[in-house]
Design a protein around this ligand. Structure first.
Ligand code: GTP
Ligand code: FE2
Length: 267
């Protein structure tokens, strides 16, 4: 007979808001607008623990994920999960039948690989973007979601350009955009990626033929930007396009310093 240690009263009676599993790697398949994508996401799933319970039954959180995965890996995926947030919500719905809780969160971290065209040779290139989707069920039982994208672009410095007859320092910059919104608000991660990618001096590419490299360099010099300019542009565009709480952070890996520079803002 197993001892259910988790049901005992703890010495210190304090409620815990988030207890569960993190850094869990698995496979997921999503049917996004009729196209099936396979992901290798990293999950974090948590529930709250009341002050009178020593612990949670952790394996039930994993079961909620693995059962949703098996559904996703079988043929049912065609109607099972139309987005990462739908997958997250279906996992929380499974958990409701397995483990009592008042508050639950599922976070799914993965990469999106989006086909793009190189700027001059018009060849197809596959660009990686880090994305994260959080689904939060709050104590009233309503759902909200948090969408996050991270995009690598570049900047050419306008200040050095103005003081060096057009010569300047250029660097990679990482733009992060987060939108916190109602679960049913339709926001595509690809659209968020486009907002960030179009706010740099120029996008970066995996594949660049010489003609493409020339186009990127000329584009950067024609579009010099401070890290502040990039953050403002992402923020203004995101406010215009997406309904929800907006958070923007840009870090530029300065080529002239041993440190980076950062610009961050939120609504
Ligand atoms: N709450 C808690 N559980 C832990 C901790 N460390 C390990 N465990 C988990 O305890 C789990 C086993 O307990 P349960 O999940 O309740 O498994 P079980 O009792 O056989 O299954 P149920 O009948 O569904 O409760 C394992 O999956 C461990 O990962 C911890 O620090 N806190
Ligand atoms: Fe248990």
């Amino acid at each position: 007979m197993l001892v259910e240690t988790q049901e005992e009263r703890p010495e210190i009676m304090e409620r815990l808001h988030r207890v569960g599993i993190t850094n869990l790697r698995t496979v997921a398949r999503i049917n996004w607008k009729g196209r099936v994508y396979t992901f290798l996401p990293v999950f974090e799933i948590t529930i709250d623990v009341p002050e009178e319970k020593k612990g949670i039954h952790m394996s039930r959180l994993v079961e909620s994920i693995t059962e949703a995965m098996s559904e996703a890996v079988e043929e049912e995926v065609m109607e099972a999960h139309s987005s990462l947030e739908e997958l997250g919500k279906s996992i929380i719905k499974r958990l409701e039948g397995k483990h009592p809780h008042r508050r639950a969160e599922v976070w799914i971290r993965t990469h999106l690989i989006i086909p793009r065209e190189t700027p001059a040779s018009k060849k197809t290139t596959y660009e990686p973007y880090d994305v994260e989707v959080g689904v939060i069920k709050n104590e009233e039982g309503s759902f909200e979601k948090v969408l996050r994208v991270k995009v690598v672009g570049n900047t050419a410095c306008p200040h050095a350009m103005a003081n060096n007859n057009g010569k300047t320092h250029i660097q990679r910059a990482i733009g992060e955009l987060e939108v916190r919104t109602a679960f049913d608000e339709e926001i595509a991660l690809e659209d968020m990626i486009d907002v960030v990618e179009s706010s740099f001096s120029h996008p970066t590419y995996t594949l660049l033929k010489t003609v493409d490299e020339n186009a990127v360099v000329q584009g950067m010099f024609a579009n010099p930007k401070f890290v502040e300019d990039v953050a403002r542009e992402i923020f203004a565009r995101a406010k215009e396009r997406f309904k929800g709480k907006i958070h923007v952070k840009v870090i530029s890996n300065e080529s002239i310093h041993k440190h980076d520079v950062i610009a961050e803002t939120w609504s």
